[in-house]
Design a protein around this ligand. Sequence first.
Ligand code: GDP
Ligand code: IMO
Ligand code: MG
Length: 458
Amino acid sequence: MTVTIVGSQLGDEGKGGIVDLYGDDVDVVARYQGGDNAGHTVVHEGEEYKLSLVPSGAIRGKVGVLGNGCVVNPRTLFDEIDTLQERGLDPDVRIAERAHVILPFHRVLDGIEEELKSETDDEVGTTGRGIGPTYEDKAGRRGVRVGDLLDPDVLRERLEYVVPQKRAVVEDVYDLDVDELDDPDAFDVDAIFEEFREFGRRFEAEDMTVNAGAFLSATIDEGQNVMLEGAQGTIIDIDHGNYPYVTSSNPTAGGAATGTGLSPGVVGDGEVIGIVKAYLTRVGSGPLPTELGGVVGDTPGYDEQGEGENEELANYIREEGGEYGTVTGRPRRVGWLDLPMLRHSTRVSGFTGIAINHLDVLAGLDEVKVGHTYTLDGEELASMPATTEQWKRCEANLKSFDGWPEIDWADAADEGYDALPENAKAYVEYIESELDTPAYAIGVGPGRGETIVREHPF
Ligand code: GDP
Ligand code: IMO
Ligand code: MG
């Protein structure tokens, strides 16, 4: 069977930790979208691993697959694999031949477009990894796929088509001189060909490429368990998120089918677990109706967002939760949990269960609030409106919960759900009841042992 792990909010909900938690019963872990914009943290035997591309299950020695829905930067991938090997692990990673390759010019173009948009405060606040430009070329039918790296003739032919177009975009659209960019080789067919052909040889030598759909289907037919690891989160999904402040792929459950080659029936026969952080964080721009304010440094788009209000509280939660971007180190914006957002995510992906993380981070506060509904133009809304302009105008109707004390969380995780403070249980049960979805797991710390497990999905 399959279990699909989906971020229910804006990324960084603790997906990596939950993939790891349930990883024992799994044979294969497959990522279905995104690229090295992801940063998933796994704490294994006291060691912290921050993974951008290697699926989180690889830490436990499971086979990791990067599905066709992913965009793969081989530079990052091999760096990550080499680093893990230096730390004594031997990750077994297979890459879909249909996955698209992030080429050097994609990263440069990501930067140029963000820079241009920042002149009018319209930047998305991307991770700068070239994610959007690579998916653009995929949709534009001018991309290079992992399978193309294995065939020098095809690789050269595709580069000779696409690279001059990108040079022209830089020079004619952005009015910049390619030779004066930091990395002019990013737009040089020969330089790219040499480097990426070498990556192709390594893929071949280490037998790393697969037809992901066929490979994963065969795995399921043999009765093995497959975990589908989403990156990012529902509200930065390109279709169901707050466009244009989104990533360029589908983190929601539908993406698990298109991004792996498993049928929607196979994904739907399994469980879909929504990962919920007990409050909200966001890196990058865009509205956030329950935002608390108080970002350290200069997060794009922040100035518009209720600066100053509850700043101390936001700073407190940010420090307690270590809320700094895994990939970019940016301070994360902080807000209260947002139920209209979660009702939307639950509907889009059909969560069969949820995992609520970071309950420990809120411990010690006198009062914990949630956005229960929104008011938009005098009307009460239970779920998110479809346009970002409307969402920006939504006022959150807050509901207040009594806080819960700091306790020994590892002990509580050992003892089980009943060991949680009463007020923390009331918070969990409110979320379960509003979403009509049971909490399979409750995270009370970053380690594998700091999770209360109520249900094993496999
Ligand atoms: P992901 O991108 O969804 O995998 O999440 P990240 O790894 O980017 O961010 C989650 C951070 O919170 C990591 O540093 C985790 O180790 C940590 N974490 C995960 N679950 C919990 C939890 O329940 N409590 C606390 N305090 N930290 C957690
Ligand atoms: P994980 O998997 C949080 C955000 C960026 C930006 C927007 C678009 O660790 O949850 P992109 O580089 O993807 O074009 O940026 O999406 N973003 C994330 N935010 N967690 C992530 O991944 C993210 N990946 C992208 O900050 O706002
Ligand atoms: Mg992350």
